[in-house]
Design a protein around this ligand. Structure first.
Ligand code: PGA
Length: 248
């Protein structure tokens, strides 16, 4: 049985006062049957962790470097993320792939570093609108999945997030059939590569998940949760998504 995951990606948003929402989530979902994760910007990791005592909310980072340490100004390693007490790290988000040219191989190296440090890597993949319209979405997903997920991944150390680039921050989402097709493909590909370990790997959908569409998305087979951007910033928006996941 896969434990469902509601993950919030704050991107470059949030503040110390905004971390109050973690305490509110704790009160609202004291015994949540799902995993709940907030990924704030790196400077807020430690303060966020101060808000999670006795709470089901876990904290993750949004990026890590593939190397353990060294002359990489502005970067942080997976071991550093683990050392402060965070348990997950997002790697290969399409915003980073676009802005910093991160390749599948670099994303796989980051995921491997995260796993070696004891973190769970949330590997993001997803097609562009152009690729979707050209009928290439499933091929793109296959290639990205193969190239971005490192060898040795297991259910404890790997989550894959399918995030169509054109659905991120736009209010648009694919049809339920399109989401189901991609998730079924990802499960089949992971099974071919990792055998029955693939059955414990969680597959998230991400891109404009909101309180009003979450239940329909979570009803789909092989959707084990969501990676939520804008709607994870406040308790008022994120709570109904957590509730929809818990009820699915
Ligand atoms: P969104 O972002 O929910 O604001 O579309 C999702 C993401 O980028 O992870």
């Amino acid at each position: 049985m896969r434990r469902k995951l509601a993950a919030g990606n704050w991107k470059m948003n949030g503040s110390i006062p905004g971390l109050d929402m973690i305490g509110k989530l704790k009160l609202k979902h004291p015994e949540c049957p799902c995993d709940v994760l907030i990924c704030p910007p790196a400077p807020l990791l430690a303060p966020a962790l101060n808000n999670t005592a006795g709470s089901p909310v876990q904290i993750g980072a949004q990026n890590c470097h593939a190397e353990e340490k060294g002359a990489y100004t502005g970067e942080h390693s997976a071991a550093m993320i683990a050392e402060v007490g965070a348990t997950y790290v997002i790697v290969g988000h399409s915003e980073r792939r676009a802005a910093y040219g991160e390749t599948d191989a670099q994303v796989a190296a980051k995921a491997q570093a995260a796993q070696a440090a004891g973190l769970t890597a949330i590997v993001c993949i997803g097609e562009s609108l152009e690729q979707r319209e050209a009928g290439e979405a499933l091929d793109v997903i296959k290639t990205q999945l193969k190239g971005s997920v490192p060898e040795g991944s297991a259910g404890k150390t790997l989550v894959v997030a399918y995030e169509p680039i054109w659905a991120i921050g736009t209010g648009k989402i694919p049809s339920m059939e399109q989401i189901a097709d991609v998730h079924a493909l990802m499960r089949t590909e992971l099974r071919a590569r990792f055998g029955e370990d693939a059955d414990s790997m969680r597959l998230l959908y991400g891109g404009s998940v909101k309180p009003n569409n979450a239940a329909n998305i979570f009803a789909l087979g092989d959707v084990d949760g969501a990676l939520v951007g804008g709607a994870s910033l406040t308790e008022e928006d994120f709570s109904p998504i957590i509730e929809a996941l818990a009820a699915s």
